[in-house]
Design a binder for this molecule. Structure first.
Ligand SMILES: NC(=O)c1ccc[n+]([C@@H]2O[C@H](COP(=O)([O-])OP(=O)(O)OC[C@H]3O[C@@H](n4cnc5c(N)ncnc54)[C@H](O)[C@@H]3O)[C@@H](O)[C@H]2O)c1
Length: 294
């Protein structure tokens, strides 16, 4: 399958491009002109780079020409990296533009990077959680420009999915991407820095697998998935973390041991994504020859 990856030069984009190539796909890598690398480390000609500012629809249309599926990762991935209006404007307009161009080009599958912050979290003054574990039906209480842009991005995906009922649109709620558990783990003394976003994380490899599985999903329509590792990055027991930092939140599922606070059951059932596997081997469901539903 010929897959466009926006934000391909970014931290996660590089992993998604590498994994897509390993799974036998062709990749069109899209990023801002200044971000396109001279040498991306791949075999010559393996990846076609296209420079585009996705806020400009006239640059988006040619960038997505000739591809079959799109992974949309480009974003300002923080509430504070730029002034608030810019974080909102870049994330919301670029997502609208790529979804529109994907529709115009008749793409077969779309997967967008959302974030656990779509419901509020690390950038909230005091995040609100109604229950643990947090599933994809949890209401949003986001209050910052980044989380809001990710929440709106999910609504944009749902809206475009309604216009094309045969096509799978997935929004993956990613969480603190790291190489592995060792680079995600912190000491009990650091627990207080992560109480807002519930000590979660996910490995690049595992999240990249979720992206490819989502493109090959067996049913059409818009769906949101928590893509978060099965265990937290804290050495403190999860029930103890919940009691200490979020005593008012009802625990409605298991938080045994260092179990993560986000439910990943939906991703397991619908995508076949295993939240416990940090470095999954490429599965058949990610491969180029897997059928894309129409
Ligand atoms: N890194 C994380 O821990 C994390 C967690 C949750 C969600 N996410 C989401 O995953 C995605 C990838 O995150 P990342 O960590 O790789 O971010 P990153 O900043 O490393 O990469 C983002 C890329 O998007 C590109 N970009 C930004 N504005 C653009 C524009 N107008 N046109 C074209 N390209 C543009 C940047 O040049 C950059 O290469 C983002 O959507 C982010 O919100 C990341």
């Amino acid at each position: 399958m010929r897959i466009a990856v926006t934000g391909a030069a970014g931290g996660f984009g590089r992993h998604v491009v590498a994994r897509a190539l390993l799974a036998g796909h062709d990749v069109v890598a899209i990023d801002l002109p200044a971000a396109v690398p001279q040498d991306d480390g791949h075999e010559a000609g393996a990846v076609e780079w296209r420079a585009a500012d996705l806020v400009a629809i006239d640059e988006v249309r040619p960038a997505l020409a000739g591809v079959e599926a799109m992974v949309h990762l480009a974003a300002i991935p923080s509430a504070h990296a730029l002034p608030e209006p810019q974080v909102h404007a870049v994330n919301v307009s670029s997502t609208y533009n790529v979804l529109l161009a994907a529709e115009e080009h008749g793409l077969d599958a779309v997967c967008s990077a959302s974030s656990v912050n779509a419901i509020g979290g690390i950038f909230s003054a005091r995040p609100r959680y109604d229950r643990f574990p947090v599933d994809e039906e949890h209401p949003t209480y986001c209050e910052d420009p980044y989380g809001l842009s990710k929440w709106i991005g999910e609504q944009q995906s749902a809206s475009f999915a309604r216009r094309r009922p045969g096509v799978p649109f997935s929004a993956l709620r990613l969480h603190a991407l790291r190489d592995d558990y060792e680079s995600a783990v912190w000491s009990a003394a650091e627990d207080e820095f992560r109480w807002r976003d519930l000590w979660g994380w996910v490995s690049f490899d595992s999240a990249a697998a979720a992206v490819l599985l989502a493109l090959h999903r067996g049913h059409p329509g818009h769906s949101v998935y928590n893509i978060v590792a099965k265990r937290t990055g804290s050495s403190t027991l999860s029930a103890e973390l919940a009691r200490h930092w979020h005593p008012q939140v009802p625990i409605e599922g298991s938080l045994a041991g260092t179990a993560g606070f986000y439910s990943t059951e939906k991703a397991l059932v619908e995508l076949g994504w295993d939240a416990g596997d940090e470095h999954p081997a490429i599965s058949d469901g990610e491969r180029s020859e897997s059928a894309v539903p129409r």
